[in-house]
Design a protein around this ligand. Sequence first.
Ligand code: ATP
Length: 881
Amino acid sequence: MTSRSGGTQRGSRSSAARARSAHSLSATPTLRRSAAGSLPLSKDDAGVPGRVRVAVRLRPRNQEELVEDADFADCVELQPELKRLRLRKNNWDFDTYEFDEVLTEFASQRRVYEVVAKPVVESVLEGYNGTVMAYGQTGTGKTHTLGRLGEEDTSARGIMVRSMEDILASISPQTDSLSVSYLQLYMETIQDLLDPANDNIAIVEDPKTGDVSVPGATSVDIRDEHSFMELLRIGEAHRIAANTKLNTESSRSHAILMVHIRKSVVQTGAETSSSSQLGKSFKPLVRKGKLVVVDLAGSERMHKSGSEGHVLEETKSINLSLSALGKCINALAENSTHVPVRDSKLTRLLKDSFGGTARTSLVVTIGPSPRHRGETASTILFGQRAMKVENMLKIKEEFDYRGLSRKLEMQLDAVIAENERRQKSCNDELERISIEAQNRITEAERNYSHAFEREKLKYQMEYMDSVKKLEEKLMNCQSKHDHDVPAGKTCNGQMNGSEEAMELKRLLQNETRLRHETEDEANRLRSQLEQFMQSEDGGALEICNLRRMLEDEIDQKRKLEEEIAMLRSQLLQLTFNSDQMRRGSNGDGFSGLDSLMSQFRNSQINETGNGQKAPMTSLFEQVGLQKILSLLESEDASVRIHAVKVVANLAAEESNQQRIVEAGGLTSLLMLLRNFEDETIRRVAAGAIANLAMNEYNQELIMSEGGIGLLSMTAADADDAQTLRMVAGAIANLCGNDKLQKRLRSEGGIKALLGMVRCGHSEVLSQIARGIANFAKCESRASTQGRKTGRSFLIEDGALPWIVQNANNEVAPIRRHIELALCHLAQHEVNAKDMINGGALWELVRISRDCSREDIRSLAHRTLSGSPTFRSEMRRLRIDL
Ligand SMILES: Nc1ncnc2c1ncn2[C@@H]1O[C@H](COP(=O)(O)OP(=O)(O)OP(=O)(O)O)[C@@H](O)[C@H]1O
């Protein structure tokens, strides 16, 4: 339920009526949706109107009614075909009401699901919030309609089980996620039906989106119908039920089932295959639908239900929350400017369901008995008014960081695997070629040396042979010539000298030819050898080519590795961004911050461990201050808490303070004070502001950004002593700035300080006393310099009684600050009368005599003896200094 400004127009009574006749409960109005690639994020989406749909369901007569009301007609008559219900006024007259759907006592559970809940479930699967709620007198069938498990008879299954069946059939376990929380609202406390020990769960409202959540509730991932049924059984066992007169198994609490669905949207646009463009081209989206099924406790009247004692208290609490719900629905139906959402936890939890962004379907259950005509009439009127409530349905869709990160990781793995595969095949091929080339060279060398040796031997032998033959011939001729023929004569039948010379010449020519042939053969062999040598060169060339190829591959590998490194850094970046968006995420999304915190812790350890101050700036450098600060606005409460703790720790170091302020950190911290009721956030944010307020420049900024107003507001609201200590510390720091005196006082700073004395905690009181002492000192300086005239603002704002009361406080820091404050105040005559009347003179005298600090003692002494008013009063009272 959303409070509306006066200017916002809602559908008039007649337009609501027109809308009623135009749509049945099951008719799903067309929801605005653009192409997946260009869908705007939910916060920019203006939404589509969607009126709350209401069905009425009549329970058949039960055993008791069959007997007791046997002679009486039912108090209602249904006309389902006209979607009308007639409520009997008396025997002859009826009031007629129209509903979006009229379900008779014969309507099956399946039909009820299809007309009441199915359109809502379909919207939730598309990324909208949806609510299905049952309202009616006790025993009229709310739990029967919503929560029946139908274990023996599946046709009896109620809306919860049937919704889950449809959801499980529409999601993919690989890409989508589904989780369930089951709560009950009992006597204005929210309890976990899945973990009864968790019995006071806080409602958290996001100030930006208005979304309501219960982060403290157990959230269980659902994989199948079986696990869901088991959860419902556990929840039912823990639900508080009591026997009332009207229903032997009456529910005494409102049960709320919350189903969270994260559904990835399949991208239809062209995808690039280049891994280097992955980060830029993907636009995966995730739709985050939430289905809330509310089984309200019965709206019976106290005397009828026979409630007594504790049960009476329960009944009162139930009726209070139901009446708060009725008031909100009335306000929304009448377009009122104020909707009292905050009157009960029920209405806060249902803020989005009525007048918010959810598609809402209400089933009002009634009984036929004329004895309960009054309750039946009031249930019908509740349903009629709810039909006038108009919601603005908004799709909850955002960039799917988680999905993208998953996809990038898979692609990264694929690129690495492909790179390794290519590298391996290249190495194998290189090895094969070099072995083959080596074998061929060895073979060629062996062949060549065999052939060469063979040929050489052959020709050597032939040559030796022919030389031998020639020598023998020559010897023969020589001996013949010496013995047989005298000189100058020719022997008969024998060759003469010229013939012999001719023969020798022929032999010589023959030998010359043989030698040439041998030389030719040697040349041939030489050229063959060269050829072999060249082929060896060819092998070397091939090896060179292969080496080049290898170098190319290595180069390519290096590039791929660079690309992988870049993708890894993109992945890291996305993981960090994803942490910022977190959701739903079921407690696994704080890795970025956790690492940040652990870095911080490590840096602390370093600081004490080795005596060297670990550079806090490295946090800025590694993560970026802007990113840390942006997490202060995270939608996720746990992330916000982590972030504000980190910022507070950084702000504790003087060297970081200026940078934090310049980066807008102060504004964000003040925003946390303004928007969050969470005690931890306010405490840590106030602590960080107190640290920043130590610096004079920051003090002026805090004032100009409305800081004193926010600190005062926190001082008034907070109960926690540590929060108050931080706030008092921050204001005390501001009190020490000469330039801010007037403004600090006029914006309520002193009153805020004094308001915190209610806490009584000594550390808080000590900060208050410090603030007062700081303020008195600056004021005294201003009076001395003539910048201030008139009484002290501290006296005007009523601080004096508390000052006097605590001047001798047993806690030393409080006492010392107050003593100083009294001395500063007493230095100006204009304050003297008030101080005397308020009893401060006695304290000043005590300080001048007994104070353990010498400087304060003599300051009090000087002050008293320098003031004519104090002097004369002391004379009158016969006090000697
Ligand atoms: N449409 C129906 N058909 C048959 N039996 C029904 C129907 N509606 C309710 N009943 C029966 O009526 C009894 C009371 O129903 P149920 O407990 O659902 O009422 P309730 O409205 O949830 O009551 P309470 O507010 O007290 O929890 C149950 O026994 C249930 O089975």
